[in-house]
Design a binder for this molecule. Structure first.
Ligand code: F6P
Length: 348
């Protein structure tokens, strides 16, 4: 069999570890593997690269993806699905391993229903993909954010400041909750629980009047307001741009700065904002993510070997299992509110 591998959507530490695992296992199974460059765009444009033992050597620990990535939606392209099928046939590609999040795997799911042999591997630093306990890349992002919070703690304390740390998380606050808990944040704001700016300021004021002279507030980029005093009327995302990608997502970012200004204005505490941004996605994966990515990659190669198409490798407890792509992209996995309640114990 000739197996195509692609990486789509935002990059994520551990992508190369998955590619390496898919290639090594598939070669052992007696198959040929070809890299499809820059996500689904690569199959439309017939942009391929050789993937053999040599080309995947030395990539396990490297961030980014040797295949490149894009947010191309084939269903927004003219005759997209037909071109995917035709280009697969023309290049002798029998099956595709798609490594991606809800958008990339949403396409995989539709293609699978249309008869294309495809299996999925769950990727996103946001950890919001359904049907898997964790996605790879999330642990690395949480560790980067936690280290940043630790560093911000000492400077906040030295200057008697409030520091607002904006982390990624478009629809789900997993990174905020985990890094906020690990870093001892005094307040964590997530998309799942719209916040009230007055309440946030009250908590900080009480904390400062009880003897503390600094605070750390962690906010997800997609956090929403209950009221409309500093954001869109409906309390929705604070947008940094109205531009959307081919899946209709707007570019987020900016809530940290707006929140910092409001906190300073309302409480009188000197406040600064730090936006972690793409630092959370770059660089080497943690050991946890390398192992998870490797297990996912080997499992995906085995799904292909068994002819189990239309499925995704998923982590359930400590087991890697197969879940249908349809189930994986059916809905987003938002944060566990019980976990958030634990985090709330330490607010203020
Ligand atoms: O892939 C997920 C993610 O990192 C989100 O957390 C974030 O909102 C988005 O991607 C950023 O996308 P881009 O790389 O296009 O700026």
């Amino acid at each position: 069999m000739k197996i195509g591998v692609l990486t789509g959507g935002g990059d994520c530490p551990g992508l190369n570890a998955v590619i390496r695992a898919v290639v090594r296992k598939s070669l052992q199974n007696g198959h040929e593997v070809i890299g499809i460059r820059e996500g689904w765009r690569g199959i439309l444009e017939k942009n391929f690269m050789k993937l053999d033992r040599d080309s995947i050597s030395g990539i396990l620990h490297r961030g980014g993806t040797i295949l490149g990535t894009s947010r191309t939606n084939i269903y927004k392209e003219k005759d997209g699905e037909a071109r995917v099928k035709a280009n697969m046939a023309e290049n002798g590609i029998d099956a595709i391993v798609a490594i991606g999040g809800e958008d990339t795997l949403g396409i995989a799911s539709k293609l699978s229903k249309a008869g294309v042999k495809v299996v999925g591997v769950p990727k996103t630093i946001d950890n919001d993909l359904n049907a898997t306990d964790y996605t790879f890349g999330f642990d690395t992002a949480v560790n980067v954010a936690t280290e940043a919070i630790d560093r911000l703690h000492t400077t906040a304390e030295a200057h008697n400041r409030v520091i607002v740390v904006e982390v990624m998380g478009r629809h789900a606050g997993w990174i905020a909750v985990h890094s906020g808990m690990a870093g001892g944040a005094d307040m964590i704001l997530v998309p799942e629980k719209p916040f009230n700016i007055e309440e946030v300021c009250d908590v900080l004021t009480k904390r400062h009047s009880s003897g503390k002279n600094f605070s750390i507030v962690v906010v997800s980029e997609g956090a929403k307001l209950q009221t409309d005093d500093i954001a869109d009327k409906d309390g929705s995302f604070v947008l940094s741009s109205m531009k959307t990608d081919s899946f209709g997502h707007v570019r987020l970012g900016g809530i940290g700065n707006i929140l910092a200004e409001e906190i300073e204005k309302r409480t009188g505490f000197e406040t600064r904002a730090t936006v972690l941004g793409h630092i959370q996605r770059g660089g080497s994966p943690t050991a946890f993510d390398r192992v998870l990515a490797t297990r996912f990659g080997v499992f995906a190669a085995e799904l292909v070997e068994k002819g189990k198409f239309g499925y995704m490798a998923a982590l359930k407890g400590n087991e890697i299992v197969a879940v249908s792509l349809e189930q994986a992209v059916g809905e987003l996995k938002t944060i566990d509110m019980d976990l958030y309640k634990v985090a709330e114990t330490f607010f203020g």
